[in-house]
Design a protein around this ligand. Structure first.
Ligand code: C2E
Ligand code: MG
Ligand code: MG
Length: 580
């Protein structure tokens, strides 16, 4: 092979065009050529080493024909227009592959790159001998130029990653769309390879610099490409993330393939081609052609992240795991609206009664959320999510306002109840938290002693000085503080005396075991005694039966709360319950 041909082939292969799926942007031009010439066959034909491969074609079924005695090859070799009015009359082509297929007429214009390589031909073919006019020749050349524009556009215009020379995310998107047009609904699997995760990547960036990361991406790309072979196109999404498609096989086979790729990347490290600890991880996500690219990539990336967290080399996308994630995402995204809406959030009140007299002393305010599409969502599901976001403030603010107004209303009716509300650790970090609470109570003409704040042990213990200041300010004003879920957090009674609080609420997990487990009984008894010795009043949460109620009586527990007394009730139901 001469040097010129070598360079030509190199230029062709660099474009990553061969054996790619058909693409509408080329098919459009081919259809036009066939129509303009009134001929049944037109093609964008690329001259590979031993074949003519059709990037686009109308009127022919196959994708390629041998290069030998193909008129398109003559176009490539000569870099000029080739017209064969009658193949059967041509000494060169009368016994060619095309002639045997019944083709009589051929006209092809060269697909020339800017640097002078001819990649192949834009050609039209017919089953009858034919002449071409000068104008037709010019048209064919124009169309060849359009094809080249398209090729250059694809190559240069944001479809190839300049670092690795691999197709990028845009190309992936486009190829998926083309594939979906060809095989709508067919099943495929995307393999998502992450050589280094985002966290490690930024650490490496700091310690080793950007050039190092570029090299890491290049080395990984070469290694993956070699391991995958020519079967599939490898795409570089950015950073050290790559994807490629495979056809659907069993899960075991897919995992095996993923681990094979991972093995190849790990071998790089031991071969010192990569002088850092890489933890390549692969995510596998089956999908249907036609699904949105963003969803496909999200699933595959999700599988990869899950696998990394589980310290597995590869993982398959799981619908259930994803559904949980999606649900969490919806809850977070929709809570802001819930705060604005009139009918999504509400408070219910669960009575707290004196253990001995069973007289109602107060109630715990508990938040309820009826999500417009998901229905009732439990606070134990959404609160831990919201608590970690800036929405913790408006959430508690909402509860605070409602609880205070409801309590004030009951006070006006002559029920001097104490209502407790749950507060998140982060609320204490709000500088004006105590101020706002006290102002709200003054505004509602409610005595400060009518509100109790429930905080968990960990929320109380993990606090800095500022938060403790807020607590002291509230206590001074007469607000009561309860330690919620006592026994489940630090669980160390020795911390108790350091916590500024009035009430200990023994967690429901201990109470529900009363009467079943003698050790728990001993534990609850000593918790109550110790709390009393330190001057706290004790509430038992989650009392579900008479037996627990009785046992707690023998332990001198002060208050009880639980389904045995009443479930959390709407304000109206609570008033009915009180009346009885
Ligand atoms: P918590 O503060 O410990 O509230 C007690 C939970 O136990 C409530 O669940 C209540 O309905 C439930 N419960 C009461 N008695 C019984 C019983 O006898 N048996 C059983 N099995 N359960 C009983 P809920 O309402 O689902 O609230 C769960 C948690 O969500 C609360 O635990 C609290 O930590 C949090 N939460 C609820 N409302 C708010 C709120 O307004 N703000 C904040 N920050 N957290 C809240
Ligand atoms: Mg509580
Ligand atoms: Mg509790």
């Amino acid at each position: 092979m001469n040097v010129h041909e070598q360079e030509r082939l190199f230029a062709l292969h660099q474009l990553n065009l061969l054996d790619t799926p058909p693409s509408e942007s080329f098919d459009r031009i081919t259809r036009m050529a066939s129509q303009l010439f009134g001929l049944p066959i037109a093609a964008v034909s690329l001259t590979d080493e031993n074949r003519q491969w059709f990037k686009s074609r109308v009127g022919v079924k196959h994708w390629e024909i041998p290069r030998d005695k193909a008129p398109c090859a003559e176009v490539s070799d000569s870099s000029g227009v080739v017209v064969i009015s009658d193949l059967l009359a041509s000494s060169c082509y009368h016994d060619s592959h095309l002639a045997k297929m019944g083709i009589r007429f051929y006209a092809g214009a060269p697909l020339r790159t800017r640097d002078g390589h001819t990649l192949g031909a834009m050609c039209v073919l017919g089953e009858e001998p034919r002449q071409v006019t000068d104008q037709e020749t010019a048209t064919l050349q124009d169309m060849a130029a359009m094809v080249m524009d398209q090729i250059e556009l694809q190559h240069a215009f944001g479809r190839v990653d300049p670092l690795t020379g691999l197709a990028n995310r845009n190309q992936f998107d486009e190829d998926l769309q083309d594939l979906a047009r060809d095989l709508p609904g067919a099943r495929r699997v995307v393999l998502f390879t992450e050589v280094v995760d985002a966290g490690e990547l930024s650490a490496l960036h700091r310690s080793m610099g950007a050039a190092f990361l570029d090299e890491l991406a290049r080395v990984s790309a070469r290694c993956l490409k070699r391991t995958i072979g020519t079967e599939a196109t490898l795409y570089h999404l950015g950073g050290c993330q790559f994807v490629h498609l495979v056809t659907e096989e069993g899960e075991a086979a897919l995992l095996e393939e993923a681990l094979r790729l991972r093995g190849a990347l790990l071998a790089l490290e031991s071969a010192r081609a990569v002088p850092v600890l890489v933890r390549p991880t692969l995510g596998i996500a089956p999908f249907q052609l036609g699904e949105a690219t963003a969803d496909i990539l999200r699933s595959a990336h999700g599988a990869c992240v899950d696998a990394r967290q589980a310290h597995a080399g590869a993982g398959v996308f799981s619908k259930t795991l994803d559904a949980r994630f999606q649900r969490r995402f919806s809850l977070l995204a929709d809570f802001g609206q819930a705060l604005e809406a009139e009918d999504q959030l509400s408070l219910v009140f669960q009575p707290r009664v004196c253990q001995r007299s069973r007289q109602c002393l107060g109630a715990e305010a508990l938040l309820r959320w009826r999500h417009p599409t998901l229905g009732e969502v439990s606070p134990s599901e959404f609160i831990p999510l919201i608590e970690r976001t800036p929405m913790a403030r408006p959430l508690t603010e909402w509860v605070m306002r409602q609880a205070i107004h409801q309590t004030a209303h009951w006070h006006r009716q002559g029920h001097s109840l104490r209502v407790s509300m749950n507060v998140s650790a982060s609320n204490l970090e709000e500088e004006d938290f105590a101020e706002r609470l006290l102002d709200e109570m003054v505004g509602a003409s409610l005595p400060h002693g009518a509100i109790e704040l429930e905080l968990t042990e960990s929320a109380l213990i993990g606090q800095g000085q500022a938060a403790l200041g807020q607590l002291e300010r509230l206590i001074e004003a007469g607000v009561r503080i309860a330690i919620d879920d006592f026994g489940t957090g630090y669980s160390s009674l020795s911390y108790l005396h350091e916590i500024p609080a009035h009430v200990v609420k023994v967690d429901r997990c201990f109470i529900s075991e009363l009467g079943e487990n003698p050790r728990t009984e001993t534990l609850v008894k000593s918790m109550i005694t110790m709390a009393h010795d330190l001057g706290y009043s004790v509430v038992a949460e989650g009392v579900e039966n008479a037996h627990a109620h009785q046992l707690l009586g023998s332990m001198a527990c002060d208050e009880i709360q639980g389904y045995y007394i009443a479930r959390p009730l709407t304000p109206v139901a609570f008033e009915d319950w009180l009346a009885r």
